[in-house]
Write a protein that binds this ligand. Structure first.
Ligand SMILES: Cc1ncc(COP(=O)(O)O)c(C=O)c1O
Length: 407
C-alpha cells in the first residue's frame, strides 16, 4: 500500500479540523477528545512543594495489606495465565452475594461481569448500547469521563442539570427529566448516585419514578453506584438494583477503587440482566481480553473480608467532610451542604465566575489543589470540588490555608 506524501494542503482534514502531519486521517471522535480541566490545574501544580492536592477522586490511604497479600500470594502461586473473560467465577459469585447481603437482591454470578475498572465498565456500556448519533442523557454536574465516553462511541451527550439549592446541595427535577426524555428520546440515561462531583444522592422513591420513565420510553438506565458505600446518614445508598426486575433495562456500574482504596488496581464490575453477559464477555475478549488473574484474587479478598476497612474508610471521609463543612459553612461567600454521600464537597463561591482561573490562583497562593466546577459540565461553573477522603490533619491544614481567600 502506498501512502500519499504529505503536502502543505494536508494540514486540514476534509471537515477542516487541523490534523497531525499524518497522510491518513484519524477518527474525528478520537481527534476531538477534550482534555480535562482538572488535569490542567494538576499540571500547574506539578512538582510543587508542600502541595495538598484534593483535586482527584481518591484518598490518601494505600490499599490495606491483607488485600495486597492475597494478590501477592496468588502471583507467587503461579496464577499468571489467561483468565475467564468475565472474571474468576468465585469473584463473580462473591460480588453477587455482596449485593444480595447489602441490598436484599437475588443476584447470581450470571448477572455480574468483572471489568478493568469503573471507567472500563462505563465504556463497555457505551460500546454495547450506543450507535453513532444516539443521545445519552446524563444527570450533571458529572464526572467528565462519562461525557467523553459517550463521544468516543459516537453518541451525543445531553446534560440534565441538577437544581442547585439556595442553601447548598442539589435536587433532581423529575418533571424536567421527563420533558428531556420525551423531547430527546435518548437511548440511555446515565445517573451517578451518590454523585461525583456533587455528593447528591437519590432516594428510592425518586429512583422508582425514574425507572418507570425508562420502562415507558424503552431507555437503558446506566446506574453508576461506585460510591454506594460512602453515605453519612445510613449504612448504604439506595440502589436501582433493589428496584429492578430481571428484565428491566438497568445496568449498574461498580468499582473496587473507592471503598477499598484500590484506584491503581483498575478493577471494577457490572451488574446487568444475565442475557447481556455473553455480549460483555465478547467485548472484553476483543479489548482487554480479561483482567489480571492475581489482582482478582486481591479483589476477592477485598469483597469477602474488607468490611472493617470499608467502615474505616467511610469514617475517615465522614470526619474529613465534617471538617470541610464546619470550616466553610461559616463563610458568607460560600454555599455548601452538609456531606450526605460520596467523598466530595462541591461548593459555590459568590462572585467567582471562572472556576478554572480561581483554582489556579488558589493553588498558586495556598498550595491547595481543588478541581474547577467547569470540568463537570456547564452547570458546574461557579463551583469547585474538594475531595475530603484524606486524613483529618491534612484536611484541616487545607482549610487553614484556603479560608482567607474565600472570605
Ligand atoms: C462517578 C464515577 N464513576 C466511575 C468512576 C471510575 O472509577 P475507576 O475507573 O477508578 O474504577 C469514578 C472515578 O472517579 C467516578 O467518580
Amino acid at each position: 500500500m502506498t501512502l500519499r506524501p504529505m503536502s502543505s494542503s494536508d494540514g486540514e482534514t476534509s471537515d477542516s479540523r487541523p490534523s497531525f502531519a499524518f497522510t491518513a486521517p484519524l477518527r474525528p471522535e478520537a481527534e476531538s477528545l477534550e482534555g480535562s480541566l482538572i488535569q490542567e490545574v494538576w499540571e500547574a501544580g506539578f512538582g510543587r512543594e508542600n502541595l495538598i492536592g484534593l483535586w482527584v477522586g481518591e484518598g490518601d490511604l494505600p490499599t490495606p495489606g491483607f488485600i495486597c497479600e492475597a494478590a501477592i500470594a496468588s502471583l507467587r502461586a503461579g496464577n499468571t495465565f489467561y483468565t475467564p473473560k468475565r472474571g474468576l467465577p468465585e469473584l463473580r459469585d462473591s460480588l453477587a452475594s455482596y449485593h444480595n447481603r447489602l441490598l436484599g437482591t437475588a443476584l447470581s454470578a450470571e448477572d455480574v461481569t468483572v471489568t478493568a475498572s469503573g471507567m472500563s465498565s462505563v465504556m463497555l456500556c457505551m460500546q454495547t448500547l450506543i450507535r453513532p448519533g444516539d443521545r445519552v442523557a446524563i444527570i450533571s454536574p458529572i464526572w467528565p469521563n462519562v461525557v467523553q465516553a459517550v463521544k468516543i462511541a459516537g453518541g451525543q451527550p445531553v446534560e440534565v442539570g441538577l437544581d442547585a439549592k439556595p442553601e447548598g446541595g442539589f435536587a433532581l427535577n423529575l418533571q424536567k427529566l421527563a420533558r428531556i426524555l420525551d423531547n430527546e428520546r435518548p437511548r440511555a440515561l446515565f445517573i451517578a448516585t451518590p454523585g461525583n462531583p456533587t455528593g447528591w444522592m437519590m432516594e428510592s422513591d425518586e429512583m422508582q419514578q425514574v425507572l418507570s420513565l425508562c420502562r415507558e420510553y424503552g431507555i437503558w438506565l446506566l446506574a453508576d453506584e461506585v460510591y454506594h458505600r460512602f453515605t453519612y446518614d445510613r449504612p448504604v445508598a439506595p440502589s436501582f438494583l433493589s428496584l429492578a426486575r430481571a428484565d428491566d433495562p438497568v445496568i449498574a456500574i461498580h468499582s473496587f477503587s473507592k471503598a477499598w482504596a484500590m484506584t491503581g488496581w483498575r478493577i471494577g464490575w457490572l451488574v446487568h440482566p444475565a442475557e447481556l453477559g455473553d455480549i460483555f464477555g465478547r467485548l472484553i475478549e476483543y479489548s482487554t481480553s480479561g483482567g489480571q488473574t492475581f489482582l482478582q484474587a486481591g479483589a476477592l479478598t477485598a469483597i469477602n473480608d474488607g468490611e472493617d476497612f470499608v467502615a474505616e474508610m467511610v469514617q475517615r471521609c465522614r470526619e474529613g467532610g465534617e471538617i470541610v463543612y464546619q470550616a466553610l459553612s461559616e463563610l458568607e461567600r460560600v454555599r455548601i451542604a452538609q456531606p450526605q454521600a460520596a467523598f466530595y464537597s462541591f461548593f459555590a463561591i459568590d462572585g467567582m465566575h471562572d472556576s478554572l482561573a480561581f483554582c489556579k490562583e488558589l493553588l498558586e497562593e495556598t498550595g491547595v489543589g481543588l478541581a474547577p466546577g467547569a470540568a463537570f459540565g456547564s452547570s458546574g461553573e461557579g463551583f469547585v470540588r474538594l475531595c475530603f477522603a484524606s486524613s483529618p490533619a491534612r484536611i484541616s491544614e487545607a482549610m487553614d490555608r484556603i479560608k482567607p481567600l474565600l472570605k
